[in-house]
Ligand binder design. Sequence first.
Ligand SMILES: [Zn+2]
Length: 344
Amino acid sequence: MEICRVLGWLNDGNFIDSPKATTADLAHFHNPLYINAVAAAERDGSLPDDVAQRHHIGINGNPIFDGMYQRPATACGGGLLAARMLMADQTEVIYAPGGGQHHGRPDRASGFCFFNEPALTIMTMLEQGAERVFYLDLDAHHGDGVQDAFADDERVLTVSIHESGRWPMARDRSGEGSVEDRAGGGARNLPVPQGFNDVELEYLMEAAVLPLLADFSPDAIYLQAGADALADDPQSKLALSNSAIWRAVAAVRDSGSRLLVAGGGGYNPYSVGRCWAGIWATLCRVSIPDTLPDAAEACLRDVVWHHRLGRNAPEHWFTTLADVPSVGPLRDEIKQLARTTLEP
Ligand SMILES: [Zn+2]
């Protein structure tokens, strides 16, 4: 947001602070006992063992930390406000990069997601009059929590492109997130191999996602734009450049439906900031400068990342927004994936 602000892309006319969701809002999807447990963990810094075990808080990769309730509750408040504004036709496109917590479960935390903002937001879109909502998940991890939330609801089609074999797929023996997994009809899954490149994402968008989108003809689209499928992200072995994500965002934008774009995963703060600032430029149809002006470069130089990759940060992480395109071969397995996805 700071990069967007110094580049003149954000102003009082197009920016709204997210309100914090109330416990009643959160209870549309989450168990009240679980909501209370997250609040208690934030307040006390710890939980009794049985409560922690029951709700997977402080274990299984869901740490207890300062702001662990306030932050996701605010992400949810942003999503709910966005859903209401879009369905009231107050605007056509909203960007809420704090959202996208796609792993959260009704009664437990999962994959660092405490409250499932996409699920709550899509529920609100439906309550506010949407008859069909299309969910597209570009995060490197399978959007399992959202898929399961709407598995029995034919009003929602969830489509997830994610790294094959990566958590939560790898440990889950049910085959969830595989190309065969359609959650009874309400989901399509496109697990992609390591090294997934810009050419391959563009192909999957053209050959699978956009045809599905056109066929479903939704009243609203929720796009989860996790930044962990980028080549510079340490959590996945996918190899996208940010311009491939921007092209996917532009293609969805041009479909003409109401659109909410959210964030998601992303574990390299430089690549997250550069990618997500560029998403806003894409949504606003403003051109992205080849070289950043000093004030925007300073935003990136202020970032501290205690990671091996951060200590040897290449210069273009500070001076540009657009990555060098990640051009590679279009592999047969990607073409097969698109074909299988469109089969009845
Ligand atoms: Zn992820």
